[in-house]
Design a protein around this ligand. Structure first.
Ligand code: ZN
Length: 253
């Protein structure tokens, strides 16, 4: 039987499930943080208006790492090409934005022709980040997502939009400080009429540039989430309903 998802266990790699040679993964790449902040101290956190950012002493500080772990091979050979490609793509997108162009037009570069290895690698990096964010809040390992992140599948399940970060603009207007990086935490989008989960999303901000990315799923995975990962499902639904500002109903059965 096809396994949509597997339970993430603490002290196991959140991409492949191995218990060997576990290492940490950055929420935002250390090289990117250095290019944005130099050697200055940083505030890092969710820019959701409620949680308090944490002070990070450097680009390698614990505060910029996920608590969940990756095994050595998943954090190196299996994802290295994607890491390198994303950094290259990010340089191009940031440069375009700086010049007043649409940063998403980086995909017009022939290198990033749809389906090319470079194109897929940009998305594989985001798939890895998304899988780490899901594991970080006790969610399952979604095989379609992790197999893609590890190049075991070429089926791109990540949706991406690239635009100017409105939080950056607010931050810059309030502080005059152009040094800004953040991640959006994890959100799950449910259907308002059926309460069926539709997508899991997060975001990544590099200065004024924001990547919003998600994995969307159909009925099968939505059902697997509800039946096989009920705690995660119900916590997510409660958080969605709280965000909607509605009373939690009796439609969880
Ligand atoms: Zn692994």
């Amino acid at each position: 039987m096809l396994r949509f998802s597997e339970i993430n266990v603490t002290d196991r790699c959140c991409l492949c499930g191995s218990a060997d040679d576990l290492t940490g993964e950055h929420k935002i790449k250390a090289t990117t943080l250095r290019s944005l902040f130099g050697n200055e101290t940083m505030m890092i956190g969710h820019f959701n208006g409620t949680s308090r950012p944490r002070l990070a002493q450097s680009a390698t500080s614990k505060a910029v790492h996920f608590r969940v772990r990756l095994c050595g091979p998943c954090n190196s050979t299996r994802t290295q090409a994607a890491d390198v490609e994303f950094a290259r793509f990010d340089d191009l997108a940031r440069r375009l934005q700086c010049e007043g162009a649409d940063p998403a037009s980086a995909f017009d570069d022939p290198r990033y022709a749809v389906g090319s290895a470079a194109y897929l690698n940009v998305f594989r990096y985001l798939a890895k980040l998304l899988a780490c964010h899901i594991a970080e809040v006790g969610g399952p390992r979604l095989r379609a997502l992790t197999d893609f992140a590890l190049s075991r599948s070429d089926m791109n399940v990540v949706r991406l939009s690239i635009n100017a970060d409105p939080d950056f603009q607010r931050w810059f207007e309030a502080t005059g400080d152009p040094q800004f990086a953040g991640h959006g935490g994890l959100g799950i989008d449910f259907s308002r009429s059926t309460r069926r989960p539709k997508a899991i999303y997060t975001s990544l901000s590099h200065g004024p540039l924001r990547y919003r990315f998600s994995v969307a799923f159909g009925f099968g995975v939505a059902l697997a989430l509800r039946l096989l990962h009920p705690e995660f499902y119900q916590r997510s639904l409660a958080s969605f309903e709280a965000a909607l500002g509605v009373e939690r109903g009796s439609n969880l059965t």
